[in-house]
Design a protein around this ligand. Structure first.
Ligand SMILES: C[S@@+](CC[C@H](N)C(=O)[O-])C[C@H]1O[C@@H](n2cnc3c(N)ncnc32)[C@H](O)[C@@H]1O
Length: 642
């Protein structure tokens, strides 16, 4: 028998909590978040109870929360982590330009700082919305080096750090802001001056994200707060309002931002039904409709055109052919005005067309809006409300399922929505890089592939995704996918395969996988001062024993600021394995026994950079000689050791 009897709680009420609630009810503006949790801002409360301005901390207009300074420290702290290539999970590892990186995006963004500084054209993020159920990664800015040493502890560390941020937590907004702030700061560095960031968000944090991005990008670089209709019917999830949309914040890095507009949707093409010697066009009335649309408001924009009734040609002068006057008169007889001033009309007179208004003797003037302009199809501006069946959550899930079936993922974004953002921002031949550092199921990668297949583009992507575990109760888990990166990579593989089958497009379907890990180097490499001379000698080799030449190459590329997408070739020179990165940009040999003969062979190829292992030389003399020989025979070559 179930027992519904209410139990006595046998504890006195928490009066402090009750008092807090009473004050919060009276003075909601005085409720804030402090380092310890929810708190009352006593300075503000004092002010509410005083007739005069109460002296106190200097007021400033800014976004602040407990943890902001910590977040700045977090962003600026260097990392000794590295990225290790995972060839077996990659597709076309040696040649592809696309990257899939598994790991916490904070560390990954730090590692990309040199190689991708100013190189990214578009960043799209769809971070946890902080719904009260989301997992938010807690950075540990005071992480000590002991933890770096922990090789096997990574999984546990992830569990410890990826914690549910409940909306009843006293640091609910603060923890989310502390997580986002350093990531956005680092991300902005990666953007090109003509680049843009788009961030999806909903009501939980839209206001804070807007302020945060104002802080990171500068208020003047805010472009739009777009409405993205995710469910036209509205979800019955809220008490009073059925949610039908999400938000998309758009910020540019500088006013050098370059966009390419969107191609006309199919259904709009049929509007271009007229045709002349120049091509297909549609007619748009030249009379201004709406806003300040009367002669009284814009007297300069009220003037006469003269139409040739034989062919509709228009002139600003009356003559034998152009004899019918046309004026911008509204249907109610009020004098309106044209959209163009007389100067523009003079310049573009050939694109105007006059036509008799049916059933009257009046003539109307139209602008011929051509479908093709300067050799390419007309493009349009995206609207501030973005809607369409394929943009909806249902449409997005349907498209996701077409390739992933029952390997479910909650609310993937719409491929069409993202391809539109990419199309708008990245021209097909621009070699633009698109970065998504909350990549989830990999929708952004899918979109880049799909768009490239349509216009033969060569845009590439960088996806970053933490190895968050998939819940055991999820269908995806039952299908064998234990982590989100496993699912994301599979989605990109399948999407590529499907697009290739369907379109036959010859684009880059591959992606290179890297996994975040602690450094390849022993701790002694970074802090030799902490080791006694005797123990230093024990470290004959400063590379950790389980690291491969591939691992070392990735670290060297990052350290030297080379993009990870560069072509990598492997050859053998004098019996040693030699990596050639982007032909002669970087050569690397991590084998032992490097000597003078090998140096001579390398010098023939005159690489710009060459790297060896410090312990890889035959002996100390060989090390000195190799350096000397390279200096003489290939003075352009910069040599380093690790
Ligand atoms: C809302 S989902 C993105 C969904 C994605 N747009 C899609 O269409 O599939 C956010 C993702 O960010 C990931 N994430 C959260 N914190 C992260 C972190 N610190 N580093 C990298 N990824 C993280 C989560 O695991 C989750 O997969």
């Amino acid at each position: 028998m179930s027992d519904n009897t209410e139990k006595l709680d046998l504890a006195s009420p928490d009066l402090v909590n009750e008092n807090f609630q009473k004050l919060a009810q009276l003075f909601p503006n005085c409720v804030t978040e402090s380092a310890e949790g929810k708190a009352i801002d006593f300075d503000l409360l004092k002010q509410e109870l005083s007739h005069a301005v109460v002296e106190g901390n200097k007021e400033r207009y800014r976004l602040e929360w407990p943890g902001k300074k910590e977040a700045i420290v977090t962003a600026n702290l260097p990392t000794t982590k590295t990225l290790r290539p995972v060839r077996e999970d990659s597709v076309d590892f040696d040649t592809t330009q696309n990257l899939y990186i598994e790991g916490d995006n904070l560390e990954v963004l730090k590692l990309l700082q040199e190689s991708y500084l100013g190189k990214i054209k578009m960043i799209y993020i769809d971070p946890p919305y902080n719904t009260g159920k989301d997992f938010v990664y807690k950075d540990n800015f005071a992480q000590d080096s002991e933890e770096y040493k922990e090789d096997s502890g990574q999984k546990d560390e992830l569990k410890r750090r990826l914690v549910q941020n409940a909306d009843v937590s006293g640091r609910y907004h603060s923890d989310w802001l502390t997580m986002m702030y350093p990531r956005l700061k680092l991300a902005r560095n990666l953007l090109n001056n003509n680049g843009v960031l788009f961030a999806s968000i909903d009501d939980h944090e839209a206001h804070n994200l807007k302020k945060l991005l104002d802080d990171v990008f500068g208020e003047n670089n805010f472009i739009a707060d777009l409405v993205v209709v995710s469910n036209l019917k509205g979800r019955n999830d809220k008490k009073y309002i059925a949610t039908a949309n999400e938000r998309l914040l758009m910020y540019v890095k500088t006013d050098e931002f370059q966009e390419y507009g969107l191609s006309l949707p199919e259904e709009k093409l049929s509007d271009y039904k007229e045709e002349d010697d120049i091509g297909k066009y549609r007619l748009i009335e030249l009379r201004k409709r709406g806003g300040p649309d009367t002669r009284a408001e814009r007297p300069n924009m009220f003037y006469s055109f003269y139409v040739n009734p034989e062919n509709g040609n228009v002139s600003l002068e009356k003559d034998e052919l152009h004899k019918i006057e046309a004026l911008p008169i509204k249907s109610d007889g009020v004098e309106g005005r044209w959209r163009w001033g007389k100067d523009t009309a003079k310049l573009r007179i050939n694109s105007l067309f006059g036509r008799q208004v049916q059933g009257t003797d009046k003539y109307n003037i139209y602008e011929k809006d051509y479908l093709e302009q300067e050799g390419s199809l007309k493009r349009i501006k995206p609207k501030s409300v973005m809607a369409g069946a394929s943009y909806s959550t249902d449409g997005a899930t349907k498209k996701y399922r077409q390739i992933m079936g029952e390997i479910d993922f909650t609310n993937p974004k719409s491929v069409d929505f993202l391809s539109d953002l990419v199309e708008y921002t990245c021209a097909p031949d621009e070699n633009a890089i698109v970065l998504d550092f909350f990549s989830g199921s990999g929708t952004t990668a899918h979109s880049v592939l799909e768009l490239n297949s349509k216009d033969n583009g060569n845009r590439s992507f960088i996806m970053v995704q933490i190895p968050e575990e998939i819940d055991e109760s999820d269908k995806a888990f039952k299908k064998g996918f234990k982590t989100i990166p496993q699912l994301g990579k599979e989605r990109i593989r399948r999407a590529g395969k499907k697009i290739k089958e369907e379109t036959g497009a010859e684009i880059d379907y591959g992606f290179r996988v890297y996994r975040l890990d602690d450094s390849n180097m022993q701790d002694v490499y970074y802090r030799p001062q902490d080791y006694k001379q005797e123990s230093l000698e024990l470290f004959a080799d400063n590379v950790k024993p389980n690291r491969t030449p591939d691992d070392l190459l990735a670290q060297v590329m990052l350290d030297w600021g080379l993009p990870l997408s560069l072509k990598i070739e492997q050859t053998t020179v004098s019996g040693k394995k030699l990596f050639k990165v982007a032909d002669n940009s970087l050569h690397a040999c991590f084998d032992n026994g490097i000597d003078e003969a090998f140096a001579k062979e390398i010098a023939n190829e005159a690489p710009l950079r060459i790297v060896f292992r410090d312990s890889g030389f035959k002996n100390d003399t060989a090390k000195t000689n190799v350096k000397q020989l390279l200096k003489q025979l290939s003075p352009e070559t910069e040599m380093k050791v690790i």
